[in-house]
Design a protein around this ligand. Structure first.
Ligand SMILES: [Zn+2]
Length: 147
């Protein structure tokens, strides 16, 4: 290992936005949770796609959501999935259901709680972790104390 590598903090993997998800990541970088919404049938859609899974329309846009969510499922990662996670273990990874629509799910890290606190339906609110100057990751913090 070179001297430079020894001193460097390992980089977390960062998202690679594509044509469909670019708006989601751009909003996240600005501290805003924006979810793709069909402009024809008004259904929310996540993960972003090029056409609405409900009606097939290609008229999709990103709209800001409340950031309120509940815990739908989760897993606990005890072994580092890659460089940059050493200080983050165990990593609580949730599938959260956004308040805007039933089964509007997204995967995100869970913060502000420990493994023993996790329970189905626990209330969460979005927050953002900046991992690079031009990149912030949405994650969800437990609200309402140790609930
Ligand atoms: Zn639609």
């Amino acid at each position: 290992m070179s001297e430079a590598q020894k001193g460097a903090v390992p980089m977390r993997p960062r998202p690679l936005p594509d044509e469909a998800s670019e708006g989601y990541w751009q909003a996240a970088n600005e501290g805003c949770l924006a979810i793709q919404r069909c402009q024809d049938c008004r259904r929310w859609n996540h993960a972003p796609s090029l056409n609405c899974p409900a009606c097939g329309s290609g008229d999709l846009d990103f709209e800001k959501v409340s950031g309120e969510a509940t815990l739908f499922s989760w897993t606990v990662v005890h072994h580092s999935p890659g460089p940059g996670f050493a200080g983050k273990l165990p990593l609580l990874v949730g599938i959260v259901e956004l308040a805007e629509q039933p089964h509007l799910l997204q995967v995100a890290n869970l913060t502000g709680c420990s493994e023993g606190d996790l329970h189905l339906g626990m209330p969460l609110h979005v927050e953002f972790e900046r991992i690079a100057e031009d990149c912030a990751l949405p994650q969800f913090r437990a609200t309402g104390g140790q609930g």
